[in-house]
Design a protein around this ligand. Structure first.
Ligand SMILES: NC(=O)c1ccc[n+]([C@@H]2O[C@H](COP(=O)([O-])OP(=O)(O)OC[C@H]3O[C@@H](n4cnc5c(N)ncnc54)[C@H](OP(=O)(O)O)[C@@H]3O)[C@@H](O)[C@H]2O)c1
Length: 269
């Protein structure tokens, strides 16, 4: 695809963004609207999404926006969402599987109900959303899916044990689907951000460490890198040169040592 075609690929198409009430999700909405896409915003907080929709419409009056408040950690939510979207006559060309949260702390000290909700949202809902929405893309022979993983996917991360393992699932699931769906002209890309300035750490229950403050990226930058990679059909992308180097170097580090390094970076300072 030429670079001009990439720039205009989303004009008038529908993009569904999960976790659109905050952080990266809100910036995905802003960025995609700037590229001419209509938006379906999904998260639990309707007030935040309505505020965002008003902000985007003021800037891009031609864009249509649906706001759908939904708890995606409820098992049948992806099916319900798909039914609502179809009833409204929307064809989803872009699926941004972004909703997710982390849980900071030693695994045995974390609350099981929160861990279970994390696994349900970060793994099961993401997989179910993909299954449901990719079916129409395969039939149409066109579509884009961005799976939001994390740099934590590249190594075992004590204090984020379940979260980083969940993101390893997202990384490998997305990369496998990139291969499987390519012949159907559906592009699947994994975005694996490093620490990014959003509500993520606060929701996880962690104060940023010195390391995290030093390497923190801005959310609009991460989002632009992710969408550009998705439009080009890249398998996966780690935003930021330092983050990329860290993820790549993990291939050469014994996993036991990688776990120790991750623990240090999550706890020192
Ligand atoms: N920020 C980082 O440092 C970082 C790094 C690597 C990866 N990530 C990943 O980036 C993604 C976005 O996180 P963020 O950094 O933007 O954090 P955030 O500001 O806390 O946003 C998380 C979003 O997920 C939504 N969400 C949470 N639980 C939900 C549920 N049960 N049903 C529907 N939506 C739900 C939240 O909306 P409601 O609360 O309104 O439901 C919110 O819109 C996550 O997958 C995260 O793991 C973040």
């Amino acid at each position: 695809m030429s670079s001009e075609t990439v720039q205009t690929a989303l004009k008038g198409k529908w993009a569904l963004i999960t976790g659109a009430s905050s952080g990266l999700g809100a910036d995905f909405a802003r960025d995609l609207a700037g590229r001419g896409a209509n938006l379906i915003l999904v998260a639990r907080r309707a007030d935040k999404m309505n505020e965002l929709a008003a902000e985007i419409k003021a800037k891009h009056p031609g864009i249509e926006i649906d706001v759908i408040p939904l708890d995606l950690a409820v098992p049948d939510s992806p099916d319900n969402l798909y039914a609502q979207v179809k009833a409204a006559g929307r064809e989803v060309e872009v699926l941004i599987n972004n909703a997710g949260f982390g849980l900071y702390g030693m695994f045995m000290e974390t609350d099981w109900a929160r861990t279970e909700a994390l696994l349900q949202l970060d793994i099961v809902a993401l997989t179910h959303m993909t299954r449901v929405f990719a079916a129409d893309m395969v039939t149409r022979r066109s579509g884009y899916i961005l799976q939001v993983a994390s740099i934590g996917a590249f190594q075992p991360s004590p204090t984020y044990a379940a979260y980083s393992a969940a993101k390893s699932y997202v990384l490998y699931f997305g990369e496998a689907l990139n291969f499987e769906l390519r012949p159907h002209h559906v592009k699947v890309t994994v975005l694996a951000p490093g620490v990014t300035k959003t509500a993520f750490l606060e929701v996880s229950g962690q104060k940023p460490t010195l390391y995290q403050r030093l390497v923190m990226m801005q959310s609009p930058t991460v989002v632009k890198i992710g969408i550009d990679a998705m439009l080009r059909g890249k398998t996966s992308i780690v935003p930021g040169v330092f983050n990329r180097l860290m993820a790549w170097s993990m291939r050469f580090v014994p996993r036991r040592l990688a776990a120790m390094l991750a623990y240090r970076s999550m706890t020192l300072g």
